[in-house]
Ligand binder design. Structure first.
Ligand SMILES: Cc1cc2nc3c(=O)[nH]c(=O)nc-3n(C[C@H](O)[C@H](O)[C@H](O)COP(=O)(O)OP(=O)(O)OC[C@H]3O[C@@H](n4cnc5c(N)ncnc54)[C@H](O)[C@@H]3O)c2cc1C
Length: 357
């Protein structure tokens, strides 16, 4: 498994449940930073692992009740559960440069030339997947969708006193302006500070595409990396502050202005990818490596759960190492149509929202 984030860890867990030994190769350490809030169904860990599903069965080492969780809390629970599974080996700080195969084996090669061989290689390595190049060499890159989302998480204590405890924050926001869409709400309290919650805000902005290109975040129509706060010049901070005051009402303008003042907004240029295949021989892709819908669909995580389940079911139906491709073809058959339609549904939003300048 290349990539040990949400899709990679979930697929590792379901494959281990099906009896496979899984090696996860992740370029980052065990606790990568990432923002955002995702919703999980109750019993997700039990479903993925099959543990604790019968009376007296082994409990999962982490607890993840159904509901809204920060991305980090979900990642921690999946990583701890994978680490406790003796069929899964986690390698962190291991960056894969390419994947390839012959008729008997598949392999992933690190940027230092070390080769990991297996019956199958699965790419769970996100929207800039390197494994995708071995599955769809004719179309290896996700395309820039034409807008960026700025996300920030200021603490309530950093907001002006007049908007602290403003009940409109807890009611959440989903607002539109001429050139933007804004989401906001309190973040779940996961560090025991109920009186000083973080306020999560996400601002879809279609007015800074020229900046994204000049700054190298988007090159030749492909998203290369997010905009970290230190890459944002004062000119752009000033423009964001002006737009925040013009386009958004209180308390959301104040939340954005606090994040701008703290230089604590990250810009994520949005990518999209409609797959025409998920499998090539002994190599397959899952999660954002396989299909990249705009986050406006709110479906990337749940589709990754479905990939993990479909992969395990395809393997459980029968896995013969000499004919590994047959099991992966069942996975593709189960998932390709749905994956395409989810991304396509988001593309109609993107084409109505983006402005090409
Ligand atoms: C701003 C934003 C908001 C979102 N909101 C929602 C939402 O509300 N609802 C929802 O369902 N989904 C949402 N999503 C999507 C959702 O987070 C993802 O679809 C889901 O987490 C699956 O991601 P992933 O694990 O496939 O990819 P990623 O999270 O990108 O993980 C890929 C992993 O692979 C590793 N990796 C990459 N390249 C290599 C390499 N060469 N070698 C080794 N490791 C590598 C990375 O370090 C990373 O750990 C959102 C996404 C974004 C960007």
């Amino acid at each position: 498994m290349v990539g040990g984030s949400l899709a990679g860890l979930m697929s590792a867990l379901t494959l281990a449940r099906s009896g496979m030994a899984v090696t996860v190769l992740e370029r980052h350490g065990p606790k990568p930073g990432n923002g955002g809030v995702l919703m999980t169904n109750d019993g997700l860990l039990e479903k993925l692992t099959g543990w604790n599903s019968t009376p007296g069965g082994a409990p999962t080492p982490a607890h993840l009740p159904g509901g809204f969780h920060s991305w980090g809390a979900i990642h921690d629970a999946l990583r701890d559960t994978a680490a406790a599974d003796e069929r899964i080996t986690l390698h962190h700080h291991t960056r894969i440069a390419s994947a390839d195969q012959d008729t008997r084996r598949a392999w992933a090669t690190t940027d230092e030339g070390k080769r990991f061989e297996a019956d199958v290689v699965i790419g769970g390595d996100g929207h800039r997947s390197v494994v995708r190049a071995a599955v769809a060499p004719h179309r290896p890159h996700a395309a820039f969708a034409g807008y960026v989302i700025w996300i920030g998480f200021p603490r309530e204590s950093s907001l002006p006193p007049r908007v602290r405890k403003d009940r409109r924050i807890g009611q959440g926001a989903f607002l539109h302006s001429d050139n933007g869409i804004l989401f906001g709400n309190y973040m779940p309290d996961e560090d025991g500070r109920p009186n000083d919650l973080q306020v999560g805000v996400g601002w879809y902005d279609n007015t800074h595409n020229a900046f994204l290109r000049q700054n190298g975040n988007v090159r030749d129509g492909v998203v290369h990396h997010s905009v970290t706060p230190d890459q944002v010049p004062d000119r752009v901070w000033d423009e964001l502050a002006r737009l925040a005051r013009k386009d958004w009402p209180a308390p959301w303008a104040d939340v954005l202005l606090a994040a701008i003042e703290q230089r604590a907004l990250t810009g994520i240029p949005i990518a999209e990818y409609v797959p025409d295949r998920l499998v090539n021989g002994r190599i397959a892709i899952v999660g954002n490596a396989a299909h990249v819908p705009t986050p406006m669909t709110g479906s990337g995580f749940s589709e990754s759960v479905s990939d993990a389940e479909a992969l395990a079911e395809a393997v459980a139906e029968g896995f013969v190492p000499d004919h590994a491709a047959t099991a992966l073809e069942r996975y593709e058959l189960a998932r390709l149509r749905r994956a395409r339609s989810v991304v396509e549904s988001g593309k109609s939003f993107s084409s109505s929202f983006r402005i090409d300048r």
